[in-house]
Design a protein around this ligand. Structure first.
Ligand code: MN
Length: 419
């Protein structure tokens, strides 16, 4: 990969799947893994084999079937974990063991009840042992962002020497800020010797809603792998959302000149499959994949969209594989959008009739969240039964309307960078 290529490490099936309400059966994990492969991620973290026999089997099944990306799995710095992980990735075309230990004093004292020296020893021993099973070994310093900086640097230096090829520095509890994250990665790369042979990685959590911003800052600080999940699922408030990182890098390549291998048209299908398999929907205003991400109800916005969709959209729904039905009719809608929807339904509504139809629909909309096509049909039918003379206007080809023409020009308008 080139210097400005960012590896996408997808942990939907590990960190995402371990969140409350998101557990999946092995057959479902395999189905999702196939879709994540189609999405073009570089690494799939398929599970945490020691956590259950079913998860170990599931990782092994994915490692057997999914051949293009690297298949990774998680292991604590324990022999039993590492042996199970090595077994699970054995069939992989390219298998990675991802071993981790906390390096912050808080985690060492309160959780692991270990000294810094014991932590250092366990990290080195585990990386060496993992390297006996695969050349691709990732080490994570859990709670890295709250660790003593000098100690963290010594641990990183030691595990690189022991054979780690990727160094992941998680913001395990989502505590960092973007400027701090940029500085953190930059300082570590300056301080630790022999870092040119390894890839640095960010793993950011969203407790303060900063996971994506922190991941992008890490890339600017020299990280060339980001760990993320579809729909941003994961422990607590979740991980950095894959779709947001990828689209931010794509749409704002003027500010962030980094590339990924993601097939962006597979973003929405992946999000949909994940929601269906877990039964957990996406918030409607979620960036990139939410139901409202490309929808407009307000009259001023609808009018702008009808004239040129770039007025209120910075990316195209079709570029992320999402359906594009941008005009939602409700009480905030204007006449232009109502007229367009009527035309789409085959009714030419103009002049005085438009005033009447619009007024009648807005009265209905006051009591509703959204107006349906049936509301429009029945409103027009009712008004026309009161004034039968106007009905003759509809002897038109519904496709030969300003609507269809405008729709076409909207599709033709480009979204090049710098527009
Ligand atoms: Mn995590």
């Amino acid at each position: 990969m080139g210097q400005d290529d960012v590896r996408i490490f997808d942990t939907t099936l590990r960190d995402g799947e371990q969140a409350p309400g998101f557990s999946l059966r092995p057959a479902e994990k395999l189905q999702l893994a196939r879709q994540i492969d189609a999405l073009g991620v570089d690494i799939i973290e398929a599970g945490f084999p020691i956590s259950s026999p079913a998860d170990a089997e599931s990782v092994r099944q994915i490692a057997t079937e999914i051949r293009r990306p690297v298949i990774a799995c998680l292991a604590r710095c324990h022999r039993a974990d590492l042996e199970r992980a090595a077994w699970a990735i054995k069939p992989a075309a390219q298998g990675r063991i991802h071993t981790f230990i906390a390096t912050s004093d808080l985690h060492l004292q309160a959780k692991l009840r270990m000294t810094r020296e014991q932590c250092m020893e366990a990290a080195i021993d585990s990386v060496r042992y993992a390297r006996q099973h695969t050349f691709d070994v990732q080490f994570s310093a859990e709670d890295a962002t709250r660790s003593d900086f000098d100690f963290l640097c010594r641990v990183i230096e030691a595990v690189i020497k022991a054979g780690a090829t990727t160094i992941n520095l998680p913001d395990t509890v989502g505590y960092s800020t973007p400027d701090e994250t940029l500085d953190f990665f930059r300082r570590i790369r300056e301080r630790v010797p022999h870092t040119e042979s390894v890839v640095f990685s960010a793993h950011c959590h969203d407790d303060l809603g900063l996971a994506v911003a922190n991941s992008l800052a890490a890339v600017q600080g020299g990280a060339r792998q980001v760990e993320c999940t579809t729909n941003g699922i994961g422990e607590r408030a979740g991980n950095a959302a894959l779709e947001e990182i990828v689209m931010a890098l794509k749409i704002r390549s003027d500010r962030m000149p980094y590339t990924t291998n993601i097939e962006t048209r597979q973003i929405y299908p992946t999000s949909e499959m994940l929601s269906q398999l877990t039964g957990q929907g996406v918030q409607v205003n979620k960036a990139v994949v939410g139901r409202n991400a490309f929808a407009h109800e307000a009259g001023i916005h609808q009018d702008g969209m009808l004239k040129d969709r770039r007025t209120y959209e910075i990316m195209r729904a079709e570029d992320v594989g999402a359906p594009w039905n941008p005009l939602v009719l409700g009480k905030h809608s204007g006449r232009h959008a109502v007229q367009r929807r009527c035309a789409d339904l085959g009714f030419r509504i103009e002049g005085e009739e438009l005033v009447e139809v619009y007024r009648a629909l807005m009265t209905i909309a006051d009591d509703r969240k959204v107006l349906t096509d049936q509301d429009i049909r029945s409103t027009i039918a009712t008004l026309r039964s009161e004034h039968p003379a106007t009905a003759q206007h509809d002897a038109i080809d519904p496709f030969d309307t300003p609507s269809a023409a405008a729709q076409h020009s909207i599709h033709e308008s480009g979204y090049g960078h710098g527009v």
